[in-house]
Design a protein around this ligand. Structure first.
Ligand code: PMP
Length: 361
């Protein structure tokens, strides 16, 4: 069967080169006569994959050896809990910017533990933008400020790195990790569920300043302590080897393409194609995000009515444009255009949007 242009928000499209490589070596990895999913996580061939993926991630982010890459299971959702468990207390709470569903879910975990507070929120505006720097009320005594860098559901993204004074900055970058150069050194902890920009579901990449994870609270269960992962090179127990292997291939692919600058160049072209289709539609398409908060990864928009929205989804699929239906909390459409979405995919969708509008307005 022909492959479609896959605009799903995650799990999401992966580079075809990566899928082909994984397919080609699936039965016999690195001349071992075994598949990557059949070999020991303590074996040399696996260790090579694991360590290379870590090194490539730091290299792409321009970070040195004061940072560590951890591979942790439980999805980005477990990070929502691990972060306050490891770092926040009643005296030094975690501060949260509420800019969408996942940002709010992260806050809820801290709130459940009685160690969270809100630094800013755009909930009253149905999260159509991220808060501005001047709206952030950061408690100088906070253990960290947590932001969600790209709001997958609402289609908004931080286009600035918040200034936090002495408060460490933590970010959920699940849906825009390695999509463009960012001054990553300004962050003390960054995490991303890999199933959008980095690979197949099953692992979270946590990039963290070593000084934050050298020693965790001893009262925490072993698997909820960051130092368990740090001290054992994320090999305390069996890691999700296949998911990490795919991450390794995706980051190698990003490097081969030219790195984060090249990802940004491509992502901006794709985003512009779709936002232009919205802006030049005489109001037929209405973007959810305010212009200066627009995401380069998830483009959200409504049509004149729900009937047309259903028709749009169905006709798009006939044109091999899959996964454009939006999340119920915004309604309408959402086109996710992560790193692996080719420019031709965005061109095809923009072209379809144009034709659909002319046929239906
Ligand atoms: N954060 C963001 C920004 C997300 O988009 C998602 C998932 N869509 C999550 C967190 C939750 O990730 P997971 O399903 O890996 O727990």
């Amino acid at each position: 069967m022909e492959r479609v242009y896959n605009f799903n928000p995650g799990p999401a499209t992966l580079p075809v080169e990566v899928l082909r490589e994984a397919q080609a070596e699936f039965l016999n990895f690195d001349n071992s006569g075994m598949s990557i999913v059949e070999i020991s996580h303590r074996s040399k061939p696996y260790e090579k994959v694991h360590n290379q993926a870590k090194a490539d991630i730091l290299e792409l982010m321009g970070l040195g050896d004061d940072y560590e890459v951890l591979f942790i299971q439980g999805g980005a959702s477990l990070q929502f809990a691990m972060i306050p468990l490891n770092f926040a207390t009643k005296e030094k709470p975690g501060a949260y910017v509420l800019s969408g569903t996942f940002a709010s879910n992260a806050y809820k975990e801290a709130q459940n533990l009685g160690v969270g507070e809100i630094a800013a929120s755009t909930k009253d505006e149905n999260f159509k933008r991220v808060p501005r720097q001047d709206e952030l009320k950061i408690n100088p005594n906070a253990a960290y400020l947590h932001i969600c860098n790209n709001n997958t559901i609402f289609g908004t993204e931080f286009h600035y790195v918040p200034e936090t004074g002495n408060v460490p900055l933590f970010a959920d970058m699940s849906s825009d990790m390695l999509s463009r150069p960012v001054d990553f050194k300004k962050f003390s902890l960054i995490y991303a569920g890999v199933q959008k920009n980095l690979g197949a579901a099953g692992v979270v990449v946590v990039v963290v300043k070593k000084s934050f994870v050298e020693k965790s609270l001893e009262t925490l269960p072993t698997m909820l302590r960051y130092d368990t992962f740090y001290k054992k090179n994320s090999l305390y127990n069996t890691p999700p080897a296949f998911a990490i292997y795919i991450v390794g291939k995706v980051v190698a692919w990003i490097k081969n393409c030219g790195g984060l600058g090249e990802m940004e160049r491509r992502n901006k072209i794709k985003a512009k194609l779709l936002y232009d289709a919205i802006d030049n539609s005489d109001g037929f398409y209405r973007g959810h995000a305010e212009k200066d908060s627009r995401s380069f990864m998830n483009v959200t928009f409504r049509l004149p009515n729900e009937e047309l929205e259903k028709k749009f989804v169905a006709e798009a699929l006939e044109k091999n444009l899959s996964g454009v239906k939006g999340h119920r909390s915004v309604g309408g459409m959402r086109a996710s255009i992560y790193n692996a979405m080719p420019i031709e995919g965005a061109e095809a969708l923009a072209d379809f949007m144009d034709k659909f509008r002319k046929a239906n307005s």
